[in-house]
Design a protein around this ligand. Structure first.
Ligand code: ATP
Length: 252
């Protein structure tokens, strides 16, 4: 506790002065963005605003031209994609990359963190731990009853949840999702909102989304990107009534 009794918690993700140029075009331009622990942050903005590029920069798919991305006290801009995943950043792309010919169980099992050596008697212990973890995650994503079903038989929404489950197997401190409800039915959207609320307890979630009803139901805070910069940030209500946001995005 500080002497004043106020302790401002350190953000889990601190992006400062982040810029990326593609042949002189700044897709992300001197961006500052801070995400707290246990926060669900939604990034909105018009097409081409730089939203996907920000996620690409965080997960190391795209290299920053300048600027810094601090995650849990580590600088991500110089790290390899694989090491960023190991540092606790999980990212779901728009199209699910599940194995359609494997079961839900097998898809989740494959995502169990590797790298621990397995010897003899330890193997049984470990596989019991894997089964327990798979069952826990399947329940969390609402697929406990489909555990032994082949993934290609799942609905579109269930496939998306399975991929979220595969990321959860790694227990990331930051989970990033690019348009998670695109193509989903109304009831699947509602269930996805419930899922994101559950999984944000104990981790931060950063979502790109265009569906404003969905954004309203999950966002703790909304960041509006425009031309690679933050145009506005705050509660959904504040952002929705901001004339600049209405002009470049919501009014269209
Ligand atoms: N690798 C790249 N090379 C050149 N230009 C790129 C590259 N990646 C993105 N861009 C450009 O950067 C800008 C931002 O793209 P980005 O995909 O981040 O926007 P977005 O906000 O996610 O848009 P949308 O809502 O349409 O997905 C666009 O003009 C895009 O054409």
């Amino acid at each position: 506790m500080s002497p004043t009794g106020f302790e401002s918690p350190k953000p889990v993700l601190a992006i400062e002065g982040l810029t990326v140029s593609f042949d002189g075009f700044k897709a992300v331009n001197d961006l500052n963005l801070y995400v707290d622990r246990n926060e669900v942050r939604v990034v909105i903005g018009p097409n081409g605003a730089g939203k996907t590029t920000v996620l690409d920069l965080i997960c190391g798919k795209t290299r920053a031209t300048t600027g810094s991305i601090q995650f849990d006290g580590r600088e991500l801009t110089k790290m390899r994609e694989y090491d960023i995943v190991r540092a606790g950043v999980g990212r779901k792309f728009q199209n699910p990359s599940i194995y359609e010919n494997l079961s839900v169980f097998e898809n989740l099992e494959m995502s169990y963190p590797k790298g621990r050596k397995v010897f003899g008697a330890l193997f049984f212990k470990r596989s019991a731990a894997v089964v327990e973890r798979v069952e826990e995650i399947a329940a969390e994503i609402g697929l406990a009853a489909q555990l032994h079903q082949q993934a290609d038989l799942l609905s579109h929404g269930q496939k998306q949840w399975l991929e979220i489950g595969m990321l959860l197997m790694q227990d990331p401190a930051l989970l990033m999702l690019d348009e998670p409800v695109a193509g989903m039915s109304v009831s699947e959207r509602v269930q996805t909102a419930e899922l994101l609320k559950r999984i944000s307890q104990g981790r931060s979630v950063l979502v790109i989304e265009h569906d404003m009803e969905f954004v309203k139901s999950i966002a703790h805070k909304v960041t509006v990107l425009h031309q690679g910069k933050v145009l506005a940030e705050g509660s959904m209500e504040a952002v929705q009534s901001n004339p600049k946001v209405v002009e470049v995005y919501l009014g269209h």
